[in-house]
Design a protein around this ligand. Structure first.
Ligand SMILES: Cc1cc2nc3c(=O)[nH]c(=O)nc-3n(C[C@H](O)[C@H](O)[C@H](O)COP(=O)(O)OP(=O)(O)OC[C@H]3O[C@@H](n4cnc5c(N)ncnc54)[C@H](O)[C@@H]3O)c2cc1C
Length: 688
């Protein structure tokens, strides 16, 4: 019980907004919302159930004024304790906000409320011949709001992207109760993308405009069996590096297969240790068939023991039921399951799996290995009994060691399940102090009172710090001498408070009466791109002209799905001349106004550890940080049709959103970087 009753005094105000029955403080309700699908537990003080999206902002305003913490909750299937009210307060139950308000096939958009269950949206789209790409295995119950809160992925995300690639626009209630609508196409830093994966710590999504796609005319689903995980992974690496992009490329080990079959006869030969489910799609039947044949010969080359095309829809359904039903099936083996969610660069997956198995053996634990193999995202499902304290300790240790091994392999600690409370400590192993400070400033800019889902994502004082500097940041040592010189110069200027005008090739961002800022020319940062052929990524310095980058990729038989724009790589990102650039970016290396060097994102194709600062910096126009280098996701093979895009006459005059201004003040409080962009707004006394 909480020592003081904080709810009674605001209850009449709350009830006036949502109705008397909608504010609950009875024991049954409190208990029900004290847990979610993760391991943490804590009691809220009240649960408010909304019947209209318009009720959310006024309720948040009341709670903010009263200084009471709150968090949005939907199906509670997140696996990181994201909906556990660590500081008590109020659960905002949005589950009844489940209207699909519009399906517009012309604009390829669906407008939905946050409580819409993912699978119900898919069913509503079916008669129109459309689908929404993110398809988490939990889609029967998990909701669009929760998917946005965690930046959920699923099998189809290999080809069609995760949640943040499939959202057009969001309506958000900020922690102070303001209603804002943000699209990634808005001028300036990308606030919409920042909201995605922010786990209710920066605001509450009340409406979402989602991108929908026509169902491909031809889909072929195959399964492939192998005698070892290593052989299966060999096939996966070849498929990706050959430039085949299946719509799904999922893997299961023998423990998961056995659990999923639940006593039924196995469709795979005896001795099968791993199986792949591979799905190919496209508008051209001949091409899809050819891709299937290529996949078959790759699998044969990796000693596949059985390769089978699903003959009809019911066989296809069976395969997907096995994959999506594996978690519940494993959950039947023991009272509890811990699902880890590490990600590694794709070529490192075999090593990551080997190490994972060694760790599980060391701690004498049973786990089914399920993974989005095409994304390098592995989910060991460790079964255990929480009543056995010794076993729980072993499970926690093993989970942490698995995450540390992913970091050491150049990966990250969460691909799609989020950080919540359960992986907060792992943020200390992944990031250095500077990156965590950067995230903290983002949080404080949105939520100065710290009331929105407090103590989630960012480590708190009691979370053990890493003993040694995180290994994942070793890349920094590879900064070129030119980049080092830029960092040194910015540090000098920061020390003496000299403002900087950041310029690339000057194609788009031109200082306008630059307030006496001293120019910093980044065109010298133009070393050749470092291409990782197997991972399909390239690290490029910010000053490299796009034409030269494209030429280098062409020579390597690779491609970046960008329109033919001019200018530098850094200029393209900072100006957001092509808003879709966000979907190609995996990581950024930047220097802050105070000369701190940050590595944001990385070389994995999925990463939800911390706020999406990479996308936030798209369109930041050099005013939040200076971009030194970027890592892009590539595609193999010849150039696809150029993305339909016409560069306009130039960005409209930038009238910053109040939250872009807040971020400017948090990230560059002395207005040292491109000071004319925010001008007087950056210095005003009152927070907007
Ligand atoms: C069996 C099983 C399989 C799973 N498979 C997958 C998978 O394949 N891929 C995957 O990505 N995940 C998977 N998950 C994890 C989970 O289903 C996802 O994280 C899902 O997106 C959570 O949705 P939810 O509706 O349950 O949200 P909740 O758990 O209720 O909330 C998730 C987070 O979002 C925040 N939030 C909720 N609503 C809003 C809102 N309106 N605005 C802002 N923030 C909000 C919450 O505060 C919380 O931090 C799986 C989980 C289980 C149990």
């Amino acid at each position: 019980m909480f020592k003081t009753d904080r709810i009674s005094r605001i209850r009449p105000e709350l009830e006036a907004i949502v109705g008397g029955d909608a504010v609950r403080t009875d024991e049954a309700e409190i208990l029900m919302y004290s847990y979610d699908a993760g391991m943490a537990r804590a009691r809220p003080e009240a649960v408010i159930t909304f019947s209209a999206a318009e009720q959310v902002a006024p309720v948040v305003k009341v709670l903010y004024r009263a200084g009471i913490p709150f968090l949005p909750r939907l199906a509670g299937t997140n696996l990181s304790g994201g909906t556990i009210p660590l500081k008590g307060g109020v659960i905002l139950n949005l589950a009844r906000l489940k209207k699909i308000r519009r399906i517009d096939t012309g604009a390829r958009l669906a407008l939905v409320e946050p409580g819409v269950v993912n699978l119900e949206l898919q069913r509503a789209l079916e008669p129109f011949g459309y689908f929404y790409a993110p398809d988490p295995a939990s889609q029967k119950v998990s909701t669009i709001g929760g998917n946005i809160g965690e930046n959920a992925g699923g099998p189809l995300c290999l080809k069609y992207g995760v949640t943040s690639d499939n959202v057009e626009k969001l309506e958000v209630v900020t922690p102070e109760g303001d209603v804002r609508t943000w699209s990634y196409r808005d001028p300036g830093p990308d606030l919409m993308s920042l909201m995605i994966g922010s786990e209710g710590t920066l605001g509450v999504v009340t409406h979402a405009w989602l991108k929908i796609l026509p169902v491909p005319r031809h889909i072929r689903t195959v399964s492939a069996a192998f005698r070892s995980l290593d052989q299966a992974m060999k096939a996966v690496t070849r498929i990706i590096s050959e430039g085949i992009v299946p719509r799904a490329l999922e893997a299961m080990d023998s423990v998961s297969l056995e659990a999923a079959l639940n006593g039924k006869a196995s469709p795979f030969p005896e001795g099968t240790e791993a199986a792949l489910i591979i799905e190919l799609d496209g508008p051209d039947a001949v091409k899809v068939k050819r891709e299937q044949e290529n996949v078959e010969s790759i699998c044969a080359g990796a000693a596949c023991t059985a390769f089978r095309l699903a003959a009809d829809e019911s066989e296809r359904e069976l395969l997907w039921q096995a994959r999506k039903g594996a978690y519940p099936a494993l959950a039947r083996l023991a009272p509890d399951v811990l699902v880890e969610d590490g990600v590694v660069p794709r070529p490192r997956l075999p090593e990551a799996l080997r190490q994972t198995r060694e760790i599980l053996a060391k701690y004498k634990l049973t786990a089914g290995l399920l993974f989005h193999a095409g994304d390098g995202n592995l989910h060991p499902n460790i079964v255990f009994d929480r009543r056995d304290i010794q076993e729980v300790k072993r499970v926690k240790k093993a989970g942490y060691e698995i995450l540390k091994s992913c970091i050491a392999l150049g990966g990250t600690v969460s691909g799609e399940h989020g950080i919540g409370v359960e992986k907060r400590v792992a943020m200390n192993w992944l990031y250095g102090r500077a990156e965590l400070d950067f995230f903290r400033k983002i949080k404080d800019a949105f939520d100065p009172a710290g009331l929105a889902n407090p103590d989630k994502i960012l480590p708190v004082a009691s979370d053990a710090r890493a003993e040694a500097p995180p290994e994942g940041l070793a890349e920094r040592a590879s900064l070129s001498p030119e980049a080092r010189a830029v960092v040194d110069e910015l540090r000098l200027r920061a020390r003496s408070g000299v403002p900087t005008a950041v310029t690339g090739l000057g194609t788009r961002l031109k200082p306008s009466g630059n307030d006496g800022a001293k120019p910093l020319d980044l065109s010298q940062l133009a070393g050749a791109a470092v291409i990782d052929r197997e991972n399909l990524t390239a690290r490029v310095e910010a000053g490299l002209p796009l034409e030269r980058f494209r030429a280098q990729l062409k020579e390597a038989g690779l491609n970046l799905d960008l329109p033919d724009l001019k200018g530098s790589v850094g200029g393209l990102i900072a100006s957001k001349a092509f808003p879709g650039v966000k979907d190609l970016l995996l990581g950024l290396e930047v220097v802050t106004a105070e000369g701190e060097l940050l590595e944001l994102g990385g070389r994995t194709v999925k990463n939800v550890a911390g706020y999406d600062a990479v996308r936030l910096l798209c369109g930041s126009m050099g005013a939040y940080a200076v971009i030194l280098a970027a890592t892009f996701a590539l595609s193999a093979g010849s150039r696809r049709a150029q993305a339909a895009f016409e560069e306009g006459p130039g960005a409209p005059a930038f009238a910053p959103d109040p939250y872009q201004v807040r971020l400017k003040r948090a990230l560059d409080p002395r207005n040292l970087l491109n000071p004319w962009i925010y001008g007087a707004a950056a210095a005003a006394e009152e927070l907007p």
